[in-house]
Design a protein around this ligand. Structure first.
Ligand code: AFP
Length: 327
């Protein structure tokens, strides 16, 4: 049996990185236990305030955020933390060599209905050791990530992680508290007939995306020549996990629903870590045209349209956008 600890010892050359991953995943055990208690732990419902995104915070959003912040502040290798729930990055230990970014509880609108939620994390190098970290230190392209992963609090708690060219998965054994290796090289089929999108936003999409979805709905009778199926977890972690398990396409495209937002998902602590996992599992990840991991960020909370999953399908969406001409 390979545990997370033994996997990190065998596959990682950085004890600092191992230590920070261990800190994050240990908090994941606490969040998992709280979720298991659900309503009995008085953690459901609204916290009564809004985050920097203007979104109503759930009690567990705030609790998960604070648990991660407190644990990472004590980790000497962590120089700073950026969270979906906080306006600005939080300096930690100036001599640390790593920066940690996270969405502490992705899919939090699912909490009160007992549906899947997760924690998404990304780890970047800190280039100014000895100095107090600032927002600008976090503005690195996703291709600079040293590690990325998520915890999915579903029927079981699963950790997906990449620290090398592989994507691995662990399952949390609630009896022992160990993360036990269950997949040592996740690979995504290049083709799929399953896609995930919130179709209620159809009227806000750009024409190429409308055409793409029209083709999928047309199924066997249309240009794609086969029927497609949809799934929508309303928690990116759940949709990405399904794709890592059985392929598929996930997209939260550019929409004009909120003019000041390029899409709903955040680049630094949602799209970038998920894109690294998807690419290293053989998939693709774009903003419909450009590779997400090459985007040079300008703000720690900037949003980005996302198309990710089975490589040939992601390429199909790109070709359709690049070659689109009004009919
Ligand atoms: P919440 O964390 O506010 O529930 O949002 C989750 C999320 O950012 C992402 O995880 C989902 O894929 C997406 O939003 C769902 O968005 P819709 O609620 O518009 O379908």
């Amino acid at each position: 049996m390979t545990t997370l600890t033994s996997y990190l010892d065998q596959h990682s050359t950085s004890t600092e990185l191992n230590d920070v991953i261990t800190t994050v995943t240990n908090v994941g055990k606490t969040i998992s236990q709280l979720l298991r208690k659900g309503a009995l732990a008085d953690i459901l419902g609204e916290a009564g305030n809004q985050n920097v995104q203007g979104e109503d915070q759930k009690k567990l959003d705030v609790l998960a955020n604070d648990l991660l912040l407190d644990a990472l502040a004590k980790n000497t290798h962590c120089a700073g933390v950026a969270s979906e729930e906080l306006d600005n990055a939080t300096p930690a230990n100036a001599d640390g060599s790593l920066l940690v970014l996270f969405d502490p509880l992705d899919g939090s609108s699912n909490i009160d209905i007992n549906m899947a939620v997760g924690t998404i994390f990304s780890i970047l190098p800190y280039q100014r050791q000895g100095q107090t970290s600032e927002n600008s230190d976090f503005l690195q392209a996703g291709n600079q990530q040293l590690a990325a992963g998520y915890l999915l609090y579903g029927t079981s708690t699963v950790l997906a992680l990449t620290i090398t060219e592989n994507v691995v998965m662990f399952s949390l054994d609630p009896d022992t508290g160990d993360y036990v290796l269950i997949e040592d090289n996740v690979q995504i089929d290049a083709d799929t007939s399953e896609y995930a999108i919130n179709s209620s936003n159809y009227r806000y999409w750009r024409a190429p995306m409308q055409q793409y979805i029209d083709e999928l709905i047309a199924g066997e009778a249309g240009v794609r020549g086969r029927d497609f199926n949809t799934r929508w977890v309303a928690a990116m972690v759940g949709d990405v996990h399904r794709i890592l398990c059985r392929g598929g396409l996930f997209t939260y495209p550019f929409d004009t629903k909120y003019a000041h937002k390029a899409g709903k998902l955040r680049l630094m602590y949602e799209a970038n870590p998920m894109s690294l996992l998807i690419e290293r599992a053989g998939g693709g990840a774009t903003d419909a045209v450009n590779r997400i991991l090459d985007i040079e960020p300008t703000d720690i909370h900037q949003r980005v349209p996302v198309v990710l999953g089975s490589k040939n399908e992601v390429d199909y969406v790109k070709d359709l956008h690049v070659n689109y001409s009004e009919k």
